[in-house]
Design a binder for this molecule. Structure first.
Ligand SMILES: Nc1ncnc2c1ncn2[C@@H]1O[C@H](COP(=O)(O)OP(=O)(O)OP(=O)(O)O)[C@@H](O)[C@H]1O
Ligand SMILES: [Mg+2]
Length: 265
């Protein structure tokens, strides 16, 4: 197990405890996510949409992956399947070599709570709660005692540059600050994988760039795997690998410098 070096904190945190909680797991295998032949068909009364038509991907532990492609190409659908938020019509998703279709209700809840952290375009913070409480919430679900959860939430909020706003509610924050809070919340239970769907979609260009850099920094410092579905070409400067999706198929997969992508500068 490797652990993180913690910065000095004005909150008088129990550093040893937080250090243990943030220990980076070492599971041996390098492959953290594997998807094989994913298809997804959405059916309504009058229409059938083939959102994914056989997408396969492999993600190594600690990679920063960007899933890119035109609107409607299947990015969010793929995000939802890899994040165990919906089931494929056919194909398999393996997280840490476990076929998630085999998991029962409780095991899936554990996976969503402990193994994966989610970040969404619209932040999805609870408006009635402070930043601190929003970040503590997943830890409460995971059964952590509230003193420890408070310490860790304060540390995470400081880590994402929001240490001076921990008692503010989301409505009292800028979009970028809300997304920082959502990033801290995604990291609450020290997940192996952080999934982000259009994390910069509601932000101006400069704030979006800050968010992309922050995710890269956290990926580097905490050893988490980051998978981001995004339109944002600024991601090309940070991502280790781009998966380019078109009409429900991954048509390109490689390092940003090696790919010729539509609209990339
Ligand atoms: N719940 C749903 N019911 C029916 N069709 C859906 C549903 N969700 C997505 N679709 C359709 O599936 C296709 C892929 O959608 P998806 O949201 O995955 O695209 P996307 O690449 O994330 O697009 P965007 O960049 O606009 O977010 C689209 O044609 C969309 O209309
Ligand atoms: Mg989408």
């Amino acid at each position: 197990m490797s652990t993180l070096a913690l910065p000095e904190s004005p909150h008088g945190l129990n550093h040893q405890l937080v250090d243990e909680l943030l220990a980076v797991p070492d599971h041996g295998s390098k492959i953290v996510v594997r998807a094989v032949g994913l298809t997804k068909v959405y059916r309504t009364a009058s229409h059938e949409t083939h959102a994914l038509r056989g997408a396969s991907l492999t993600v190594k532990r600690g990679e920063y992956i960007a899933i890119m492609g035109p609107s409607g190409s299947g990015k969010s659908t793929l995000f939802n399947l890899v994040g165990a938020l919906s089931r494929p019509t056919s194909g398999k998703v393996y997280i840490d070599q476990v076929d998630i279709a085999q998991l029962d209700h409780d095991e899936l809840a554990w996976l969503r709570c402990r193994k994966i952290g989610y970040i969404f375009q619209t932040y999805n913070l609870l408006r009635v709660m402070t930043c601190l409480e929003n970040v503590m919430l997943p830890m409460a679900f995971a059964g952590l005692d509230s003193d420890t959860a408070r310490d860790k939430a304060a540390w995470l909020l400081e880590r994402v540059g929001l240490g001076h706003r921990i008692l503010h509610k989301p409505t009292e924050l800028s979009g970028g600050q809300q997304q920082r809070c959502a990033i801290a919340r995604a990291l609450a239970n020290s997940p192996d994988i952080v999934l982000a769907d259009e994390p910069t979609g509601n932000l101006d260009s400069r704030t979006g760039e800050e968010m992309i850099a922050l995710l890269a920094q956290l990926q580097h410092d905490l050893g988490v795997t980051v998978i981001s579905a995004t339109h944002d070409h600024k991601m090309l400067q940070r991502a280790d690998r781009i998966l380019w999706i078109q009409d429900g198929l991954i048509v390109k997969d490689g390092k940003p410098a090696d790919l010729e992508l539509p609209g990339a500068h």
